[in-house]
Design a protein around this ligand. Structure first.
Ligand code: ATP
Ligand code: MG
Length: 152
């Protein structure tokens, strides 16, 4: 099952994220796929805004992992881009299906660490300000979440 949403601005993309976070719970794993500059970090920025975080959300590309313990639920923002062809055994397991919600950019680089139960978000650049966001899961527990998004 999947939902396809088209957004026309950063704010609209963040709005999807702000709605999504209320449908998620501790232990959930959200995979964010799409090219460089697609809007993956922007999406996590929307999540953090909704949780009341006042800081600036940047891609944790150079650190791989950024933990937001100051919000509830805890958010673990992983960017696996730099792990391509590297040893991925750096202890990320603790943050995936851990005591918070994990948002993972470039999940294909840490595939062995991805649990079966996860939500897929694929963002595609259509033009400068337009993005296609496809939310899907093969896991039955996300059916309700997917139904909460109107098909467009
Ligand atoms: N509708 C939109 N939704 C999201 N971002 C948009 C949209 N329109 C334009 N943008 C721009 O696209 C860029 C998205 O950058 P972002 O850092 O979120 O990408 P990313 O997918 O995390 O890339 P990377 O793989 O390099 O980390 C930003 O510059 C943002 O302003
Ligand atoms: Mg990013």
């Amino acid at each position: 099952m999947e939902k396809v949403i088209v957004t026309h601005s950063v704010e609209e993309t963040k709005l999807i994220a702000k709605k999504l976070i209320h449908e998620l719970s501790v232990g959930d794993v959200v995979l964010l796929s799409g090219d460089l500059g697609a809007g993956k970090t922007t999406f996590v920025g929307g999540v953090m805004e909704e949780l009341g975080y006042k800081g600036h959300v940047i891609s944790p590309t150079f650190n791989i992992l950024k933990c937001y313990f100051e919000v509830t639920p805890h958010i673990y923002h992983i960017d696996a881009y730099r792990l391509e062809d590297q040893n991925i055994d750096i202890g990320l397991e603790e943050y995936i299906e851990g005591d918070g919600i994990a948002f993972i950019e470039w999940p294909k680089f840490i595939e062995p660490l991805i649990p079966n139960k996860h939500l897929n978000i694929v963002i595609t650049r259509v033009d400068d300000n337009t993005r296609q966001i496809v939310i899907s899961s093969t896991h039955p527990s996300y059916e309700r979440l997917l139904n909460s998004f109107e098909a467009k």
